[in-house]
Design a binder for this molecule. Structure first.
Ligand code: ATP
Ligand code: MG
Length: 450
């Protein structure tokens, strides 16, 4: 099982051992063949020079084998004529194996292992002018011993080095992977409840440190998303509770009253009003939820923005008239923009609705649509209402944010309209912001790309 799914540590150890084995084998084999060749050529030259000395002595003495005596008795050689020995050193005589030496063992070179420790190199040749045959033997036991020692080093050394590589690899892999273990332990402890915790970063410049830092960034983003979601859920439940409580209390009061039609109708009317508010809120929540999930159906088409703006203004004009407000427009003729019509309508009507809602009775609202030099379409919605304090101009785009909570609640807003407007504009590639228009009131500008 452990070998079917090996851990990184085990894989590192095995790879390390494999590489060490490979390197050692190549190095040892190189040394072995080098030493073998060196000893071989050394023995060859020894046996050649020994043989040549005997040959030279015979030639120089004119075939007088007595001169060979001066070479000493420690050297091993034998001189024969027609197979019969005519001279041999004591060393040759003492070595028992020489008596059973066959010609086949030397042609002209040969080698012979007398016993476990003794090894000889042989050379056979003739001096035809004197009808002599020479057999020279050189003891190469030391060379054999050297080769044996080398093989011993190989046999013991390679497994020992391998064992060291395994032990070293085990500790090295442990050291290298210890930050990963620390990260794993920490990551196991992180849940939705303690998203503010971070993974340990020992060295931000190495690969593991970099990985941990990237994970920490992801955790940071997750934390803020979770926080947003938590806030959103809490705010949404709160906003949904308000109309529901209102419906319930109106119902309870109506039930307690004696059943006259007028008060029942009044109760039903106010319940329907709250239901409308609930429907509006749920619709807005759905729009935002779809936007967040990226599931909103967008079909960008080329639309005539002038005509579109005209329609939205006419749809909301009735609300402005109810408040005796003047709603004036200046819209440049025929400007084609490629946007999703429904989301653009959502954005503009939310802004215009706010302008009408928050501007006092008899106030003034202007809608301008123009094309900038770079081809962008600029939509300005300006009113002379109470305005939005500069510090809050960015905040009003947040979900459930209202500048004046008491006032807005009375007028029915949950604080989602601008969040929806911003999403709707941005999803069409545009931007939206409140500008400083120096005069009292608000100036909202939507810019759509050309
Ligand atoms: P909803 O639009 O969800 O029904 P809402 O109108 O309160 O509720 P937003 O449209 O997001 O929410 O507006 C946020 C807040 O910004 C408002 O509550 C209001 O305080 C302020 N605001 C928006 N437009 C104007 C405006 N034209 N003049 C003054 N204040 C504004
Ligand atoms: Mg609004």
């Amino acid at each position: 099982m452990i070998f079917r799914n090996p851990s990184i540590r085990l894989r590192l150890i095995l790879w390390n051992a494999f590489v060490v084995l490979l390197i050692l084998s190549v190095v040892f084999l190189g040394i072995y063949s080098f030493m073998q060749n060196r000893l071989e050529s050394l023995m060859q030259s020894k046996v050649d020079s020994g043989y040549r000395t005997i040959e030279d002595v015979i030639r120089n003495s004119g075939g007088d084998i007595c001169d060979l005596y001066h070479l000493g008795q420690g050297i091993m050689f034998q001189v024969t004529t027609e197979g019969k020995p005519v001279y041999q050193t004591e060393a040759w005589t003492d070595a028992l194996w020489t008596s059973s030496l066959s010609e086949a063992q030397m042609n002209p070179y040969g080698s012979l292992r007398a016993d476990e420790t003794q090894f000889f190199r042989l050379k056979r040749g003739s001096v035809p002018e004197y009808n002599f045959e020479i057999i020279f033997a050189f003891e190469a036991s030391d060379s054999l011993k050297n080769i044996k020692s080398l093989v011993l080093i190989l046999v013991v050394g390679i497994p020992a080095a391998l064992l060291l590589a395994l032990i070293g690899g085990y500790f090295l892999a442990g050291r290298a992977l210890s930050p990963v273990q620390a990260i794993t332990r920490k990551a196991q402890d992180i849940t939705a409840e303690n998203l503010s915790e971070r993974l340990p970063v020992r060295n931000p410049h190495d690969e593991i440190g970099h990985l941990a830092a990237v994970f920490n960034d992801t955790l940071g983003r997750l934390e803020s998303s979770f926080e947003q979601l938590r806030r959103f859920t809490a705010d949404a439940s709160h906003e949904l509770r308000t109309p529901l409580t209102s419906i319930r209390s109106v119902g309870e009061v109506a039930l307690k009253k004696s059943g006259d039609i007028a008060s029942c109708q009044e109760a039903i009317g106010s319940m329907l009003e709250e239901t409308d508010r609930l429907t509006h809120l749920v619709d807005n929540l759905l729009i935002l939820a779809r936007g967040d999930a990226g599931k909103a159906k967008l079909t960008p088409t080329s639309i005539n923005i002038s005509a579109e703006m005209g329609e939205i203004v006419e749809e909301l004009r009735i609300l402005a008239e109810e408040k005796n407000q003047t709603l004036s427009t200046s819209i440049e003729k025929i400007m084609e923009v490629k946007v999703d019509k429904e989301t653009l309508r959502l954005a503009v009507s939310n802004i215009l609705h706010n302008a009408i809602l928050y501007t006092q009775e008899g106030g003034r609202i202007e809608v301008h649509t123009a094309k900038a030099e770079n081809g962008e379409v600029i939509i300005d919605i300006i009113d002379n209402g109470p305005g939005i304090p500069e510090a809050k101009r960015a905040k009003v785009f947040e979900r459930f944010y209202r500048v004046d909570k008491a006032r807005s609640r009375k007028e029915g807003g949950a604080g989602l309209g601008l969040a929806i407007a911003r999403w709707a504009v941005e999803v069409n590639g545009g931007s939206i912001a409140f500008r400083d228009n120096k005069k009292p009131g608000t100036h909202c500008r939507i810019i759509l790309p050309s």
